[in-house]
Design a protein around this ligand. Structure first.
Ligand code: C2O
Ligand code: CU
Ligand code: CU
Length: 510
């Protein structure tokens, strides 16, 4: 199975959803847990935020305790809140018995405070970076970036959201009351053994990475959130290790995407379905003014390929049908009319994105991501097999431009402040390509012109077989040979298996 086919089929089949209502809430007869809202760690006044990385016990399933990792809590961590043009000081303390590095994904900060694998905290140690936040409002996140262990540590819970605020007028016009009309929505998938422990194995991951069989939202199974009868903003993070998600509301309503990875789009984009790859963030506005509830469905994109093939009945079967192999989840927004509502319209203009003139774009770099099955017949061997054929991939190597990640090798050297064009292609399968230290502007995605919902600032872009994805990017901060930036596939198993490279950003000398 390759994600390639599922993605194309969904995109082609998605028209079938238009204008159709899916069945009523699939979980209506189930008691839903409340949506856990991670507490805010407010860094806006510059005081250091204590972030203790520790083991914990978290109840994903009623009555079952699961050993986890969290930051200041049992699973996941607080939402770090910061503000443009302020300094954010983080005081990490690693109380685990293994080394940890924690990366701020989406932050425009220099390499020495970026939290890449070079910045590993040994057990018991602390790391206290000060980050100058100079970028516009955005939803970012932090997660384990420990060499070879990013997948397992993130899976166990070492991740959290970062919200960057801005003082501009548009930000004030958008719903911004955290936990009230501005909700963090972290989508992940996990598998549990009979004792309730998380099941994870890098070695046993399939060629598309590690898929859990159960979706969780902020660590809860199909939770419910009480929301006001007005505009509600969801800051959605695909925090899964490997899985691509398709999001849609059960009543097929239109919502508005207002922001991508790096901040606000130029204008809201109306949508009914949305694909999210691992690592990506999307902010959407849902209008609950006229409703009593709305159910956000989180479909496994690979299931849509195997069972639904993009049809409405297939999608509904995934949620309600007998014998389904996996459990896609949903988030129920339930209106409480006693809550104060944000009723102002969404601004028609959200941001101005300044693009460089074509002649300002200097160098072009090309990157090809490859999966080699190590069985001698090349990277395409996997196409013939089903799931079972891919168990046990100890021999599989994951490369970018033919090289496996090597902490001792700088793969690219970039000049600060100069626009570049990066062209990225996959030799096999779909991969979310992520770059540290920047936001970029996608110009072409999988061989096609970029769509309006992808036309804002991004730090993760999807590539697929054979077609180039292209973006333009400029790095404004320094990353030295000792503390370089990373570019990599955000399927964490691919990253841990070597689909990653390092680059410096320096000023031209002489
Ligand atoms: Cu979200 Cu290098 O990672
Ligand atoms: Cu990153
Ligand atoms: Cu990949």
């Amino acid at each position: 199975m390759s994600l390639t086919f599922s993605r194309r089929r969904f995109l082609a089949g998605s028209l079938a959803l238009t204008g159709t209502c899916l069945a009523g809430p699939a979980w209506s007869n189930t008691v839903r847990p409340p949506l856990p809202i991670p507490p805010i760690a407010d860094g806006t006044d510059g005081a250091p935020l204590d972030l203790t990385i520790r083991t914990g016990q978290w109840s994903f399933k009623p009555g079952v305790m699961t050993p986890t990792i969290g930051v200041n809590q049992d699973y996941l961590g607080p939402t770090i809140r910061t503000r443009r043009n302020t300094d954010l000081t983080l005081n990490y303390h690693n109380t685990l018995t293994e080394g940890v590095s924690v990366h701020g994904h989406g932050l425009h900060v220099p390499g020495d405070v970026d939290g890449g694998p070079q910045l590993e905290m040994p057990p018991g140690e602390r790391w206290q970076p000060t980050l100058s936040i100079v970028q516009p409002a955005a939803t970012c996140w932090y997660h384990s970036h420990t060499h070879g262990k990013t997948g397992t540590q993130t899976y166990r819970g070492l991740a959290g959201m970062i919200i960057i605020d801005d003082d501009d007028d548009v930000s004030k016009e958008l719903p911004n009351r955290y936990g009230h009309d501005d909700l963090p929505v972290i989508i992940q998938d996990r598998s549990f053994d009979e004792a309730g422990r998380l099941i994870y194995s890098l070695e046993d991951a399939g060629e598309d990475g590690w898929f859990g069989d159960t979706a969780v939202i902020n660590g809860a199974l199909s939770p419910i959130a009480e929301v006001p009868a007005g505009k509600v903003r969801l800051r959605i993070l695909n925090g899964a290790n490997a899985r691509f998600y398709i999001l849609a509301f059960a009543d097929n309503r239109t919502f508005h995407k207002i922001a991508s990875d790096g901040g606000l789009l130029e204008a809201p984009v109306p949508m009914t379905t949305m694909e999210m790859s691992p690592g990506e963030r999307c902010e959407i506005i849902v209008d609950m003014t006229e409703d009593t509830s709305a159910e956000l469905l989180t479909f496994f994109e690979d299931d849509i390929d195997e069972e639904g093939e993009g049809s409405v009945s297939g999608l509904v079967n995934l949620l309600t049908g007998p014998g389904q192999a996996s459990a896609p989840a949903s988030l129920l927004l339930n209106v409480d009319r006693t809550l104060v509502a944000h009723t102002a319209p969404v601004p028609e203009r959200l941001a101005t994105i300044e693009r460089p003139d074509p002649e300002e774009i200097g160098k072009t770099r090309e990157f090809v991501l490859e999966m080699d099955h190590g069985d001698g017949d090349g990277a395409h061997a996997g196409h013939a097999g089903g799931h079972g054929a891919h168990a046990g991939h100890a021999a599989m190597t994951m490369t970018i431009n033919g090289a496996v990640m090597d902490m001792a090798v700088i793969n690219e050297r970039v000049e600060r402040g100069v626009w570049e064009r990066w062209r990225v292609r996959s030799d096999q399968g779909a991969h979310p390509f992520h770059v540290h230290g920047c936001s970029f502007l996608v110009e072409q995605m999988e061989g096609a012109a970029v769509t309006p919902d992808q036309a804002g600032w991004k730090d993760t872009v999807v590539l697929d077989d054979d077609d180039w994805s292209e973006f333009i990017v400029r790095f404004d901060h320094l990353a030295s040979e000792d503390y370089p930036y990373m570019y990599h596939c955000h399927i964490l198993e691919h990253e841990d298996q070597g689909m990653m490279g390092q680059f410096t950003v320096t000023d031209r000398t002489g």
